[in-house]
Design a protein around this ligand. Sequence first.
Ligand code: ZN
Length: 98
Amino acid sequence: MKEASRRVKQLLEAISLTQDEEIDCSTCLDLVPIYVDRELAGADAARELPALRQHLAVCRECLEEYEALRDLARLEAAGGLPGRDELLRQLRRERPEA
Ligand SMILES: [Zn+2]
């Protein structure tokens, strides 16, 4: 995790320098796990990583990656990955219209 946080710091610094610019998909995908972590930690991830939030708003591919990671992280945070049936139940509950 130490290596990861150094990488995070570098990315955050890079992004804060270019906050008005759009980030590309590869930067976005680097940041998505961090964004999800921050969200789960109760932080205001959208405010901390506005460039990422903005990219997710315009890039469907990255948004799907984000949603998949977020769902997975939530399940893990809720006490380990459930069985397939429970997984489907939870996904259905989160997206009632799907
Ligand atoms: Zn993208």
